[in-house]
Design a protein. Structure first.
Length: 602
């Protein structure tokens, strides 16, 4: 763990005590603190953005690029006049980064450690000129290595860039989505990182070389949780289906969008992922054009179905939508959703404001997997926005929203704190890539209460904070944080206090004794329970089955009893059919032998 100024950090490198607090003292409260609101800080912060030209918006990044632990701000510009701001924990100070003069329309701006040397390098896509790669030699001394690093030096009309280590060699690879049409050669770009800031173009070699037009964004994901990164590709126009490049065991990619339910044919602008329903997988929101609306696709074991609201609001937005940013604004443990809305013509500021006078952004509060549209009136303004990102810029533990809106200044909406608590985690890989991209994080309190996967270049032209932020409601303590790194290393941290920012180092808990080592530790020892405790050695009757449903909880021959909260055997006409599959076979004998000689309670 590295010390950082301005942060209260905790290094967890010790033999952990047995977790013995149970019941109301440590339980996750079903009652959450009241929903928060936002304060519009745009005028007070006065962050000059100058989005007054260009086509279909410019990119934003809120990643920490000077490595002081505080998020910084980077803004793409239609004339190539990139703008950078250093965060100070209260606001931002403009920083003049020494980049080569390149007066063209920049789109995506992504900070990433391509050579694992501990500092952040920079990749910028351009709409009408070759993309640029800058190597950080330390202290933000940047070298333009575009001509020598192996990326294509040609006009590809690039938009989204996304980094991910698809072959798990510890180096971050690069995918670039190109919005080509007409006479342009229509294909995207996949680059394998060779180390030493060198890349090799492997688009066709690995199966992504199809002649695809109108590509806005590709994002590295692992929807089926097989440990191999896949790529979700978003395409514009009703005649073009979205692609899902699923990685095969031989390292190549195959489009399985149709089989997975992801072959939407819409005017798609972005793909944005979150485990909005807290069922331990990544769901995906696809923003699109005004006629077909947007789509929240629910992940079920790697296959997807459209979300259907139960009692709350639909998350469809029938406006031209762009970036769709997930973050838990009120820290209740459920990720909320902000949707940018704008237009699809060249920006002609300020006349564009009169041409599109009523195109408000929309915000949806996540109410335990259902949604309620914000009715405060704050999001009724005609923002006209394209890219957005979330960051706790003022270090109060509540993530704030940054929107790169049309106009001279950036929109900043600061979340007002409430009584809910939080945990922030910053990753540093040692065997995996240094930024920890592709790692999966899970937090537990009497069962799973939050999951994240780290990304680098996501949403439409956006990069959110590298601090993984968990809202935990009124929970007074966490049982554990589990981090599964791309390398396969798993780190576990136990007995965590809320309201803290942790910097974790890959492998630092490997070999550290877990709680209750060598002693009796009570807990739920039933592996299928929602709150299964792998460290428990003695069942204490606390097993919780609230996350079970008829479809997944009970095996063949059993049904779920809501009153008893357990599976009951369906009476069978065949008394020897012990497993309820309709026949008597060796499987029934195994059931009998397993139960043989067990002592029954009186």
């Amino acid at each position: 763990m590295r010390p950082i100024s301005c942060f209260r950090l905790q290094k967890i490198m010790r033999v952990f005590p047995c977790l013995m607090l149970w019941g109301a003292l440590m339980g996750t409260s079903k009652e959450l603190s009241a929903q928060t609101s936002f304060i519009d800080m745009s005028n007070q912060l006065g962050i000059l953005s100058d989005q007054t030209g260009g086509y279909l918006g410019e990119g934003i990044s809120v990643a920490d690029f000077n490595d002081d632990g505080i998020d910084d701000l980077s803004l793409a510009h239609h004339g190539g006049e990139m703008k950078f701001y250093l965060g100070n924990g209260e606001g931002f100070n403009e920083y003049f980064l020494n980049l080569s003069d390149y007066p063209f329309e920049a789109k995506s701006v992504v900070w990433v450690d391509i050579d694992n040397d501990g500092d952040q390098d920079l990749f910028i896509t351009y709409r009408l000129e070759p993309n640029r790669m800058y190597l950080n030699h330390g202290d933000l001394i940047m070298e333009d290595i575009t001509e020598t690093c192996g990326i294509l030096v040609a006009d590809r009309r690039s938009y989204g860039a996304s980094f991910g280590d698809y072959d798990n060699d510890g180096l971050l690879d690069l995918f670039v989505a190109n919005y080509v049409s007409g006479s342009d050669e229509p294909f995207n770009e996949l680059y394998h990182n060779l180390g030493n800031a060198q890349f090799e173009e492997v688009t066709f070699d690995l199966g992504m070389g199809q002649a695809l037009q109108q590509n806005f964004q590709g994002q590295w994901v692992d929807f089926n949780q097989d440990g191999l990164l896949d790529l979700h590709l978003i395409r514009d126009r009703l005649c073009f289906d979205n692609y899902y490049y699923e990685q095969q065991l031989d390292g190549t990619f195959e489009n399985t969008a149709h089989e997975r339910g992801l072959d939407l044919m819409v005017n798609a602008m972005c793909t944005s992922t979150a485990d909005f329903d807290r069922d331990n997988d990544q769901d995906v929101y696809v923003a699109a054009g005004m006629f077909e609306g947007n789509f929240l696709m629910v992940n079920d074991g790697g296959d997807f179905e459209p979300f259907e609201a139960v009692s709350g609001d639909s998350v469809e937005v029938h406006l031209t939508s762009w970036a769709s940013t997930w973050f838990d604004a009120d820290n209740d443990g459920w990720e909320d959703l902000h949707v940018c809305t704008g237009f699809s013509v060249y920006t002609n500021y300020p006349t564009i404001l009169s041409q599109y006078p009523n195109v408000p952004d929309q915000f949806f509060w996540n109410d335990q997997g259902d949604f309620n549209e914000d009715d405060s009136g704050l999001f009724n303004a005609n923002v006209l926005s394209f890219s957005s990102a979330a960051s706790d810029y003022n270090l109060d533990g509540f993530p704030d929203l940054f929107t790169h809106a049309v106009g001279e200044y950036l929109q900043v909406l600061q979340a007002e704190p409430n009584a809910n608590r939080w945990l922030k985690v910053h990753l540093e890989g040692t065997v995996s890539n240094r930024d920890g991209v592709g790692a999966r994080l899970r937090i537990y309190r009497n069962g799973l209460i939050g999951t994240r996967m780290t990304h680098c270049g996501e949403n439409f032209l956006s990069q959110s904070s590298r601090w993984e932020h968990f809202g935990i409601g009124l929970t007074t303590a966490l049982d554990s944080l589990v981090i599964e790194w791309p390398s396969g290393i798993v780190d576990r941290y136990y007995d965590l206090a809320p309201n803290q920012s942790m910097m974790v180092l890959e492998g630092e808990t490997v070999g550290v004794s877990p709680p209750c080592a060598g002693v009796t530790c009570p807990g739920c020892i039933y592996a299928l329970a929602c709150n299964f405790d792998a460290n428990a050695t003695e069942d204490n009757g606390s097993c919780d089955f609230e996350c079970w449903t008829d479809a997944v909880a009970c095996g063949a021959g059993t049904i779920w009893d809501e009153a008893l909260q357990q599976c009951l055997v369906v009476p069978s006409d065949c008394p020897t059919d012990l497993n309820g599959d309709g026949v008597t076979s060796v499987l029934d004998l195994l059931v009998f032998l397993i139960a043989f000689n067990n002592q029954c309670e009186e």
